[in-house]
Write a new protein. Structure first.
Length: 217
């Protein structure tokens, strides 16, 4: 067995292995493929989660029995669709998107998938919109995939409005490989990590850009 030092920093997930895992465990149907392809078709940034991460969200939320979920950062609705499919009858996702054009594309993708009844997309700055959702809480899960510098604010909101045992997830937790830079933006993301680690039971998974997972104590 290899010792710990020899394994440190090793990368085993080649592009071919990731593609195989996605085919086996997170295969797209037509609705998922439509949402996944939308950023290229509509000139949107290609910054959504990958297939394996999307499927992980669905499986984890199903295991949690999540019914009320908040997503910060909708983009084309790809992750929202994975989340919506995890919800039981009567469950609901509130997804926040700052760009009205992106929100319109996401609504079309969710409608094409027959998931629009389970998802409400709100347009505007997340810090302005989150207080409007508080009457629907406490929430079972909050998923962050928006402006990384804002994560510390969204994490604090989640800590106040998740139920005990509720789940906080944050994509791009490695801040596009910039996490340890000496910059105000990187410092803000590190502060998010440190605050969440104090208030949640946490792990940070080494996905391509890091996925922080925490359960509220």
């Amino acid at each position: 067995m290899a010792d710990r030092d020899s394994r440190a920093g090793a990368t085993y997930a080649t592009a071919e292995i990731l593609a195989y895992a996605a085919r086996v465990h997170a295969a797209h149907d037509a609705a998922l493929e439509r949402a996944f392809a939308a950023p290229d078709l509509f000139g949107m940034p290609a910054i959504q989660v990958g297939a394996n991460e999307g499927r992980f969200l669905e499986v984890l939320l199903r295991a949690l029995g999540a019914r009320r979920v908040v997503e910060v950062g909708t983009l084309a609705g790809y992750s929202a669709l994975w989340i919506a499919r995890a919800l039981p009858e009567g469950g609901h996702l509130w997804s926040l998107e700052v760009d009205a054009k992106h929100a319109a594309v996401a609504r079309e993708n969710l409608a094409a998938a027959g998931a629009q009844g389970r998802v409400t997309i709100l347009v505007g700055k997340a810090q302005d919109l989150l207080p409007r959702l508080e009457g629907h809480g406490p929430f079972d899960a909050v998923f962050l995939d928006a402006d990384k510098e804002g994560y510390v604010h969204y994490g604090r909101w989640a800590a106040r409005h998740l139920r005990r045992g509720g789940l906080l997830l944050a994509d791009n937790a490695f801040f596009f490989s910039r996490l340890l830079e000496e910059s105000p933006e990187a410092a803000a993301v590190r502060l998010f990590h440190e605050e969440v680690a104090r208030g949640f039971e946490t792990a940070c998974l080494p996905t391509p850009d890091g996925l922080l997972v925490g359960f509220r104590r």
